[in-house]
Design a protein around this ligand. Structure first.
Ligand code: IMP
Length: 437
């Protein structure tokens, strides 16, 4: 049995897709276990860039099978267009190679309208959601009224349930959210009934499939979406997503027990970014923040929104390490920092004159918060072509050592570019080594 969970250790967009791709050469399964098409990951193979939002990153490896687990919320229209796109790039996507868990919930048109109308009604207090209907879909799941992939197998029953939802959500939009948007049931149903027919053969029992695969000693990668700091409970609430993004969600969102996970890998940028609203203690305002955004191409894969940029926050990462049981960290986009005279790392916060070493419990705790930084020497060399630790400039090696000491966690790989080959092994455990070519 060999299984790893890969989670983002910051606020998302850490480069998980690339790292999952690097580790999938020998994997049998890649499993998405939470979130939906609010996620976006870009994979670059031989210079060709593929952006995915729902399909697991393993889909581009012909020998890897992929599961959209029970914890995912799935927009069928988006999934089908992504399947078409990836098929036209040459990938074979057939039932059996791609499995959609019967217990995953659907994101339908009314979820998107409610998401957008809610954001508008929040005004200045908006969360900055991706507007993909993710929150409202999880709300329906919690209310025990959601439409699941299992329903795709029984269109007659599903029809009546979707109709009831459309009636209810149209009332919510009109009378509560004061929105002019509404869903036309006939239009939605005509499309959804066709989609149900195409997707039905892909629907299966993910929990059983992965349980059996692990018992057969197959290799499984659980691919998290977003980042640990966006976790609905353990993140910077209320500026969080609606699913659980910590590593434990891999078991809940797949339907396997925690003892079946061998190791947890966190992915973090050598700096830090955040999209949407919410606390970001180490955010860099002004020209330097803008400069890092440009160097790192920090614009959302899904929404195109500019990402806020800041320094590596060791305090926040330690929270991610703790809440997800991260065994080692992969540091990405190290090349983006080349050329800066100095790089900073946030090591604590001052709040009302007191030193604090964890993210505050509530939004009020961020008022007047001052980040405490350690400054390290930068490096001028372009490191994007470096392929081994010993060939990295001394200042980069010291930066890696310093970070590892500060967060009390080994760094397993350093990534210096978007391609598979630009991944430098640093301290690689036996569990991880088993996934390498
Ligand atoms: P939602 O997930 O669309 O409800 O958005 C809630 C918050 O999570 C917003 O701040 C989004 O910008 C953020 N978010 C959601 N998905 C991602 C992601 O994949 N990367 C980064 N931020 C995300």
């Amino acid at each position: 049995m060999s299984s790893i969970v890969i989670v983002g250790a910051q606020w998302g967009d850490e480069g998980k897709g690339k790292i999952v791709d690097v580790l999938t050469e020998k994997a049998n399964w890649v499993v998405r276990f939470q979130g939906g098409n609010n996620a976006g990951h870009t994979i670059v193979i031989d210079g060709v860039r593929t952006a995915l939002s729902l399909l697991p990153s393993g889909i581009l490896r012909p020998n890897v099978r992929c599961l959209l687990g029970a914890g995912v919320v799935l927009n069928p229209t988006v999934l089908l267009s992504e399947i078409d796109r990836v098929r036209s790039a040459g990938a074979v996507i057939s039932p059996g190679r791609l499995v959609i868990d019967r217990d995953a919930h659907l994101v339908l048109d009314y979820h998107i309208l409610v998401d957008k109308a809610r954001e508008l009604s929040r005004g200045a207090d908006k969360i900055g959601t991706t507007g993909r209907g993710i929150g409202p879909a999880y709300e329906d799941r919690s209310q025990r009224s959601g439409i699941r992939c299992a329903d795709l197998l029984n269109p007659n029953k599903m029809r009546e349930r979707v109709r009831a939802h459309v009636d209810e959500k149209n009332k919510l939009l009109k009378y509560v959210l004061d929105s002019k948007a509404y869903v036309d049931f006939d239009v939605l149903w005509e499309r959804l009934s066709q989609e149900a027919e195409i997707l039905a053969p892909f629907v299966g029992c993910g929990s059983r499939i992965i349980f059996d695969a692990l018992r057969r000693d197959e290799k499984v990668i659980f691919e998290g979406a977003q980042g640990v700091l966006l976790d609905q409970v353990h993140g910077t609430y209320p500026f969080v997503t609606s699913s659980s993004t910590i590593a434990g969600a891999a078991t809940v969102g797949t339907g396997i027990g925690p003892k079946m996970i061998d190791s947890v890998i966190g992915i973090a940028k050598a700096y830090c970014t955040r999209v949407g609203e919410g606390p970001f203690p180490s955010e860099i305002d002004g020209a330097l923040g803008e400069d890092i955004r440009k160097r790192g191409h920090e614009f959302g894969t899904v929404t195109g929104r500019p990402r806020r940029c800041g320094w590596f926050d060791a305090v926040a990462i330690k929270r991610a390490i703790r809440t997800s049981g991260i065994d080692s960290l992969v540091l990405t986009k190290l090349d983006v920092l080349s050329g800066l005279p100095a790089v900073k790392v946030c090591v604590g916060y001052q709040v009302n004159g007191e030193y604090v070493d964890d993210l505050p419990a509530s939004l009020e705790g961020y008022e007047g918060l001052i980040p405490v930084y350690e400054e390290l020497p930068g490096w001028s060399e372009d490191i994007s072509a470096v392929r081994s630790l010993r060939d990295l400039p001394a200042n980069v090696q010291s930066f890696l050592e310093k970070l590892s000491a500060l967060i009390e966690c080994p760094i397993s790989f350093a990534s210096v570019g978007p391609g598979r080959e630009a991944t430098i092994p640093v301290e690689v455990s036996d569990v991880l080594r088993a996934f390498l070519p």
